[in-house]
Design a protein around this ligand. Sequence first.
Ligand code: SF4
Length: 435
Amino acid sequence: MSRNFVDSIYLTFVNFHKGLFNLSKVPQSERTHIAFIGKRNVGKSSLVNKFICQDLVIVSDVPGTTTDPVKKSMELLPFGPVVIIDTAGIDDVGELGKKRINKTIKIISESDFAVLVLDSQLELSTAEKELFKYLSENSLPFVAVINKSELGINYKLIEQLNSNNINYLTVSCKTGKGIMELKEKIQKLLPSDSGISLMHNLVNKNDVVIMVVPIDTGAPKGRLILPQVQTIRESLDDDAIVLVVKETQLKDALDKLSSKPKLVITDSQAIMEVIKDVPTDVALTTFSILQARYKGDLTGFIKGLTEIDNLQDGDKILIAEACSHHAQPDDIGRIKIPNWLKSYTKKNLTIDVSSGNDYPDNLADYKLIIHCGGCMITRKTVQTRIRKAKAINIPIVNYGVLISYLHGAIPRTIEPFTEAISEWNQLKSQNKVTT
Ligand code: SF4
């Protein structure tokens, strides 16, 4: 490698350590989410406050004091970073109450673990029995907690829990009894790490990986975006050598290397320029395809591509973005993808865009869902969204997979991923996709 080139790598490291990539905080999307759920007035908020050792949530004897979910990031030691969520009661009443219940159910479906809080003085209600059923049917790990234990415990409640084989703990927010045991219990029951990561099995020690990051009007000022930061960090964790370049510098960077890099990862939007510069014997993929494998379902998204060539005039497409931002004149979700899709299909399509938490209930109205990379939401949330689409047989793809397809860059960009490429080859042999 040339001296200048080594210097540029060194600068990348220096900037990294100066904190330019802001790795000091684990983002919420990478934390395990634990929801505290139950009826109104069972002491969920008091328990959350005790659990996080902070008066975060307003507590009162008035049922339904918590209306919107309240989230708090904390370190649950020795487990690691988590988000604790206090929720509205699942027995709320009235029109507003129904909306709050729906919100709570949504929070539960996107959480990794639930703490179901019960009142020590009462028997199990119908709402609580339904909640237990929901948790079991959705395979969500949980623990039942009998709160207000200082007042004594209704023996019928214990009987009901025992007869349903429900494991429980007793706590008192007044005395603090049982809180430590609850923390320990949760850590024992939390689902183990899936072992999946953005860079899983892609690079080894001293492999060179080039990341192509366009600095255009869509790039945030003064920082890299989360998937780029994570990809750099994971590559460094694997002892790979990372070189970050703009798309205009890629050819120069490749020429300066004394040997070929192991992998080039590009922003999806630059794939057409990048694919021309990367030798065919160098693996190439996109940040968004890495996200599809990490949080989504890369093979499922490849299957979703079969719908593109079947689209007809008037078909409705949903573009789902997982965070809200001020749309740019050349916004990827609102402008570029709709234009690329219409130009590829030559059809008059109706395209709706949802953003942030608003993943619509009327998914059945759409022929295809195009989801963003989902970098700002948890893997569980992305998985829940995919499951909802699959449950009603609506094909779903993500930005990276779709953009590569529309620009003829698949199979090149999915080549590093064995299952995805074999799915693609199968679909191709059945003429369900075009190259
Ligand atoms: S729209 Fe999606 S991929 Fe883009 S920043 Fe937001 S969560 Fe990440």
